[in-house]
Design a protein around this ligand. Structure first.
Ligand code: NAG
Ligand code: NAG
Ligand code: NAG
Ligand code: NAG
Ligand code: NAG
Ligand code: NAG
Ligand code: NAG
Length: 482
């Protein structure tokens, strides 16, 4: 029995430890803000973040210099607005993004002159606008030569950053790159050593594994953390990057604040990997912000599903099926990031969160700091440890007590019956004594004949009511006592 309980509790304890083991604290709580987003920066809660990326500056294809798309006011005001709302937050100017022309980046990285032009203008502009650093979001270098040129670009860029810092006696600009979720793009591998040596960290794009534009015939989780079958997931991406030699402490894990909507082929078949076609009826663009998805769920009374196997949410109503990350998925991802001792996470993009109370940003930040759920889990762990110690001891004590009681009863059995008999005889004696003395003792034993006589042969009129053990009768003794 002891062994059985100990095993049960050991199992729960280990289970909790595996899912929520607290490794290193999270250092980077990043967030992208995009210039074209509808929600202006000063309406967003920035307190859950340590680093904010402003997207996106671009390259002038003639001069290879960094340029700001106009109107440029949001770039110029970015750092001062962030620091008003969160004085300790750092800002980074992000260059490129998914909408940029990849060819321009490939061309810029090819020659020493074009690279120098780009690097010098990037550092100048970042300093001029008060950013603490810059981020290269080249989405993505595709060929082996692109990858090789990226390696050279980062080497030269790092040298220039350090020189500039010495010249200006300011802290070096932060230097990061946002890269693909796995270390290979079209069979070309990123320049791992250059990334590790030159960058403060890399942002891994662990989402957009599936989207309706690329895989329209089947619904799927676009940012799943685990994939038991095809190994297309956030955790598989992390494993591959670490396998190629990137230290975990250089990795910042991307969490999407958006989802994708598919159009179901059959409204009754709405599982993961259900048959789909084209795009959703409800929206022209299959890309949806988290707050839009929440509105959709309320307005269309959509059914929501959290899949704890893959860590990802989906919802459906009519023929619309949406893959996204809700609070539980975000929390679980952050606790995974902690357990793998990665540097942190970034959100893409922060205007997708609910603007009334920044649900996802807060959940991620709280999980990172180990408050709320983490705190509860820590307490549970302590309790489990206690239980593991106490349960066997308790079981042992109960066992000893039982053995003692059995032994005690066996020993007492014979004398006990003798005692009962003796008591019986004493009672008889005392009854006779009481009758003789007319004594008012509380407990009296009467013979059946005496009772029959007293209750008038148990007549109905003398019945007082039903007692717990049958009818109760009022009786009158010969001496008038009731
Ligand atoms: C994590 O942060 C908490 C609270 O900020 C601190 O008490 C703890 O020592 C930190 N742990 C590590 C491993 O840095
Ligand atoms: C911002 O745009 C204005 C007007 O288009 C221009 O004069 C100014 O130089 C730009 N500033 C930067 C930092 O690009
Ligand atoms: C991308 O840039 C290249 C060279 O810079 C140019 O030839 C090409 O037309 C551009 N593509 C688009 C879609 O603008
Ligand atoms: C640093 O200062 C030296 C000498 O003043 C100058 O030649 C060089 O261009 C400067 N480099 C940077 C990156 O500012
Ligand atoms: C891989 O290469 C093909 C053609 O060479 C291109 O169409 C595709 O976009 C590339 N894939 C990625 C992920 O860039
Ligand atoms: C969608 O459904 C139709 C009939 O309802 C079927 O003929 C078709 O094969 C389905 N498409 C896919 C991709 O399963
Ligand atoms: C959750 O994901 C697993 C793995 O892909 C899948 O087998 C299972 O059917 C999913 N469950 C739900 C409810 O979506």
């Amino acid at each position: 029995m002891t062994f059985f309980y100990a095993n049960i509790f050991l199992f729960f304890f280990l289970h909790q430890l595996i899912i929520f083991s607290n490794g290193q604290n999270i250092t980077i709580k990043g967030g992208y803000w995009l210039r074209e987003s509808e929600l202006s920066l000063d309406k967003i809660d920035l307190t859950p973040f340590t680093h904010l990326f402003c997207g996106f500056a671009d390259i002038n294809s003639q001069s290879n210099q960094l340029i700001l798309t106009s109107p440029n006011s949001s770039f110029i005001q970015f750092t001062s607005i962030v620091q008003q709302k969160n004085p300790s937050a750092k800002t980074l100017l992000s260059i490129g993004g998914g909408g940029a022309n990849k060819t321009t980046y490939g061309v810029m990285a090819t020659t020493p002159n074009s690279r120098k032009s780009f690097i010098d203008s990037s550092i100048n502009l970042a300093r001029q606008l008060g950013f603490h650093g810059h981020d290269l979001s080249w989405i993505f270098p595709e060929s082996a030569s692109d990858m090789a040129n990226l390696g050279i670009l980062l080497n030269e860029w790092r040298i220039t950053i350090n020189t500039e810092a010495r010249n200006s006696s300011e802290a070096p600009l932060l230097f990061t790159a946002t890269v693909s979720g796995s270390p290979r793009v079209n069979d070309s591998i990123y320049p791992i050593q250059s990334l590790t040596r030159n960058l403060d960290w890399i942002n891994l794009l662990e989402y957009r594994f599936y989207e309706p534009n690329c895989s329209p015939l089947e619904t799927n989780s676009h940012a799943q953390l685990f994939d038991p079958v095809k190994q297309v997931s956030g955790s598989d991406g992390i494993n591959q990057w670490i396998h190629e030699g990137i230290p975990p402490q250089k990795i910042v894990f991307g969490i999407p604040f958006f989802g994708y909507a598919w159009r179901l082929n059959n409204t009754n078949i709405h599982s993961l990997r259900a048959s789909a076609m084209e795009k959703s009826d409800v929206y022209d663009n299959p890309w949806m912000r988290y707050d839009q998805i929440r509105d959709f769920i309320v307005q269309h009374r959509a059914t929501t599903v959290y899949n704890a196997t893959i860590i990802g949410d989906y919802c459906y109503s009519g023929n619309t099926w949406i893959s996204y990350d809700d609070i539980q998925s975000v929390r679980t991802k952050v606790s995974y990031i902690k357990s793998r001792e990665l540097l942190g996470y970034y959100a893409f993009d922060i205007s997708g969160d609910t603007n009334w109370n920044s649900l996802l940003s807060q959940a991620a930040s709280q999980e990172a700091d180990g408050v709320t759920q983490g705190e509860i889990v820590k307490k549970k762990k302590k309790l489990n440890r206690l239980v593991i110690i106490l349960i066997p001891i308790g079981a042992l004590l109960i066992l000893i007590l039982l053995v003692f009681i059995i032994w005690y009863l066996r020993r007492r059995q014979v004398p006990k019956f003798q005692e009962l008999e003796r008591n019986q005889r004493n009672k008889m004696g005392s009854r006779n004594k009481a009758r003789k003395s007319g004594d008012n003792s509380n407990l009296q034993v009467f013979s059946f004949d005496e009772m029959k006589e007293a209750t008038n042969n148990f007549s109905f009129e003398n019945k007082l009511g039903e007692g717990g053990y049958g009818p109760v009768y009022e009786g009158k003794l010969k001496n008038g006592k009731k």
